[in-house]
Ligand binder design. Structure first.
Ligand code: XMP
Length: 326
């Protein structure tokens, strides 16, 4: 087992060579810890769980059972990428659960942001627990805990405001990246051959698009959110901004505004563009985007996303605003 404190003399993993050495050591350590037993992992597709999955696949192959729960609040193409990378490319033992209807039915009519978060987190644990019970002979639970999780919140991943698995499902933990900082996890992920889009993925909240579809989530606004977010990401990519802006996404509020389309008045949703730069997410600034880029994104969203008649750019730094709207 790895210690709780990062040794003072531990070398920072900054190069592919150092990552290779780390991978070799961890592969050996995982094999020793796990033996011929089975390991379960909740694979969200985020950087940390993806790197842990790739490490474990290298160490123990099909003894790892990855469970990817699609809560219906993923960004466009994300669950598909998890399936493509882990099932098709890495030949992993991957259980894919499309729980979209379950989550959206539970969330119907729920407006309060923290209640939404609790429902999403609680239901996630339930779905994962159900899948865990279907698996036979699991002895270990792998987790993408990283060092900031240990420093900031007692080893619990930030913002997971729900409990964990019940007592009878308390497995021994396998946490191979628990002493690493995020940038080191990324170097290891690259060395393991994960796609850059996964390794350099921007932070994405656990409750996903659920906190960006403001108020009570509806399927039409969720669809508008997902499509507008995909357009924003594509245009940021084309403009070379993906690695330069820390986090960017769209938000769809739960009020309409008047518009005009084909000579007729409409009463449609606005889309808000949010982009921020930050070091630690405690404070954040708003980047000065080229106006031509903003206009191109707005034009595309207005032309391609049904039910949207207005696009806005949020100019508020953190503080006083938070990064997310809810
Ligand atoms: P705020 O909105 O608090 O966001 O300025 C700071 C960072 O935290 C992310 N965030 C979350 N992450 N679950 C998460 O896993 C959440 O409920 C949550 N809320 C905010 C946010 O995306 C930003 O990177």
């Amino acid at each position: 087992m790895l210690p709780n404190k990062r040794p003072d003399d531990m070398v920072r993993i900054t190069t592919p060579e150092l990552a290779e050495k780390f991978i070799e050591e961890q592969v050996a350590a995982i094999r020793e810890q796990v033996g011929d037993k089975k390991v379960l992992l909740a694979l969200s597709g985020g950087v940390d769980s993806s790197v842990v999955a790739a490490l474990l696949i290298k160490a123990i192959g099909k003894q790892l059972v990855c469970v990817h729960v699609n809560h219906g609040l993923m960004r466009k193409g994300e669950s598909e990428q998890v399936i493509d990378v882990f099932r098709n490319q890495l030949d992993a033992n991957l259980v894919y659960v499309d729980a979209t209807d379950r989550f959206l039915d539970l969330l119907a009519g729920v407006e309060e942001p923290e209640t939404k978060r609790k429902i999403i987190g609680g239901e996630f644990i339930k779905v994962f627990e159900e899948e865990a019970r279907k698996q036979e002979g699991i002895s270990f639970l792998a987790q993408g805990t990283i060092y900031p999780d240990i420093l900031e919140s007692d080893g619990v991943k930030a913002h997971h405001n729900v409990g964990g698995l019940p007592d009878d499902l308390q497995f021994e933990l396998v946490e191979p990246v628990r002493l690493l900082f995020k940038d080191e996890v990324r170097v290891v992920g690259e060395k393991l051959g994960l796609p850059a889009g996964m390794v350099y993925r921007q932070p994405f909240p656990g409750p996903g698009l659920g906190v960006r579809c403001l108020g009570a989530i509806t399927r039409d606004r969720l669809a508008a959110l997902r499509e507008s977010d995909a357009i924003l990401r594509e245009e940021f990519d084309n403009a070379g901004l993906t690695s330069k802006v820390w986090q960017f996404f769209t938000v769809v509020p739960d009020f309409r505004s008047t518009g005009v389309r084909d000579g007729k008045r409409v009463f449609d949703w606005p889309v808000i563009i949010r982009a921020v730069n930050t070091v630690d997410a405690m404070t954040a600034t708003v980047p000065e985007l080229e106006f031509a880029l903003l206009r191109k994104i707005a034009d595309r969203i207005l032309a391609e996303v049904p039910g949207v008649c207005r696009v806005l750019y949020d100019l508020s730094p953190k503080g006083p605003a938070t990064i997310e709207w809810e």
